[in-house]
Design a protein around this ligand. Structure first.
Ligand SMILES: Cc1cc2nc3c(=O)[nH]c(=O)nc-3n(C[C@H](O)[C@H](O)[C@H](O)COP(=O)(O)OP(=O)(O)OC[C@H]3O[C@@H](n4cnc5c(N)ncnc54)[C@H](O)[C@@H]3O)c2cc1C
Length: 441
């Protein structure tokens, strides 16, 4: 795609071109930090919006609308003069020729920042991938919301007790923040809200089960906070089962390594993440979770013009891989942008040093756990901190306002604003024998 004024044309440009792949936390912050650089910044993403993934579980559990946690890229950068955007899927990177291979043709770069994030890791469990849900994008969250609500509609008119039990059993796999937050939120959706929509519903017959293969929830949190999370979830009627490993799922029954099985029509997989699969096509060194090993300056060894940041980058901190969380991506974005600037202005490069701001996880209404520096706290105060941090992080005044209104509405009225089945999940089409099983999701 090397046409005169196309995105791939370098000949007509005098200024260096910095291409940023990914409009997530890393990409947006990197491009913003390059705003007054004498260079052209081209952002490439297959979506035209920045997605605030930490609140995806609230879309999945009918708390907020999808549009409240997404923001158009072009609106974010409206005032940035050196910025342009290309909506395209990147299928490969030619490191030698300094070219991206995209669905809209080749795109040349002088400097490249890859902030492509991660994707769900099913660890080769094909049956789980085929029949379960994961939570990575807006579509995933809407699929879960549609499916959960549909299970209640179906259970209401189901006479077979065993079928009914499977319809009303919701299993979340993975005891990290996403699994904990989703389990707590689904339980509250059922006990506080759906119980009013379905007056005949006996909440005692609904099961929300959180399965975790290790012996504690929330790895990376201090052990006492992990314990608090277990107790709080149990108080919210989530069955927490530790040291349970899922080995398969056929859409109706979950097999466990212990030999046990659970009848359930819903399995949400929050147990693994790895670097986005674009890295598979790149001949570079990979670390754990297929993340690209980067130097302390965030450059790819042997390719000083290429930076990898965020979830896709592998780097250690205190002997451990940096976590795949937003603060890492945001801080690395600043360093990568600064190093490109330093290169162009002939200054030495900086090493990336992670400043851990702490960890937060909410477990539903008025309950959260927090570690900030040396301080650990839980309960209502931690929950308020969680709300404030997430509101602050959201991009756009409108999104902040709408999320705040939804939260206040839910808190005061014990409601969930978005209890809509907007499309029929394919799982239902399967049950109705309309499609083949492989089309389920
Ligand atoms: C459900 C969920 C909950 C989370 N909760 C938290 C939390 O509470 N706190 C926290 O700190 N972190 C949380 N995270 C992790 C956090 O969202 C990530 O660490 C962060 O988004 C990483 O930023 P990034 O820029 O590396 O990638 P991302 O933000 O994932 O952005 C990657 C971007 O690249 C684009 N892209 C990827 N591949 C291609 C391609 N081949 N072609 C074109 N475009 C491409 C994607 O469309 C996307 O816009 C959560 C993640 C998930 C999924």
């Amino acid at each position: 795609m090397r046409q005169k004024d196309g995105p791939g044309n370098l000949e007509s440009q005098r200024r260096p071109r910095v291409v940023v792949v990914g409009a997530g936390f890393g990409g947006v912050n990197a491009a913003q930090n390059l705003s007054n650089l004498d260079a052209d910044i081209l952002m490439v993403d297959r979506r035209n919006y920045h997605l605030f993934q930490p609140l995806l579980y609230q879309v999945a559990t009918a708390g907020v609308a999808p549009s409240d946690i997404a923001y158009p890229v072009r609106a974010i950068f409206r005032r940035q003069k050196n910025f342009d955007f290309l909506l395209a899927q990147v299928n490969g990177v030619d490191l030698e020729q300094r070219k991206l291979l995209t669905s809209r043709g080749a795109v040349d770069y002088d400097y490249l920042i890859l902030s492509i994030g991660g994707e769900t890791n099913f660890f080769g469990l094909d049956s789980v991938q085929e029949n379960g849900f994961d939570l990575k994008d807006i579509d995933d969250a809407e699929n879960i919301r549609n499916h959960v609500l549909l299970m209640f509609e179906k259970a209401r008119h189901e006479e077979d007790e065993e079928i009914c039990r499977a319809l009303r059993t919701f299993v979340i796999v993975g005891g990290g923040p996403t699994g904990v937050e989703t389990a707590g939120s689904i339980s509250e959706l059922i006990r506080l809200v759906l119980v009013k929509d379905f007056p005949d519903l006996d909440v005692g017959e609904v099961r929300v089960i959180l399965l975790e293969m290790t012996e504690e929830l929330l790895p990376g949190f201090p052990p006492d906070l992990s314990e608090k999370a277990v107790n709080t979830l149990r108080r919210k009627r989530v069955e927490v089962r530790l040291k349970e490993t899922v080995t398969g799922y056929d859409g109706e029954s979950i097999s466990l390594k212990s030999g046990d099985s659970i009848l359930a029509n819903t399995l949400i997989w929050a147990a693994g993440v790895r670097a986005e699969k674009l890295v598979d096509s790149m001949e570079v060194q990979k670390g754990k979770q297929e993340r690209v090993v980067v130097e302390e300056t965030l450059q790819v060894p042997g390719h000083p013009e290429v930076y990898v940041i965020g979830d896709a980058a592998f780097m250690e901190h205190d002997g451990q891989p940096l976590p795949m969380v937003a603060p890492v991506a945001i801080q690395q974005a600043k360093t990568a942008a600064k190093n490109i600037r330093n290169t162009l202005e002939g200054r030495p490069l900086e090493k990336f040093v992670y400043k851990d701001p702490g960890s937060l996880a909410t477990i539903g209404r008025s309950a959260a756990v927090a570690r900030i520096g040396r301080f650990k706290f839980h309960g209502f105060i931690a929950w308020i901190v969680w709300l404030a941090v997430h509101l602050f992080w959201l991009i756009g005044f409108r999104n902040r306002l709408f999320v705040l209104i939804d939260w206040a509405w839910d808190y005061i009225l014990y409601e969930r604003a978005v209890r809509l089945i907007t499309s029929h999940p394919k799982s239902e089409q399967h049950d109705l024998n309309l499609v083949e099983r492989e089309d389920k999701r």
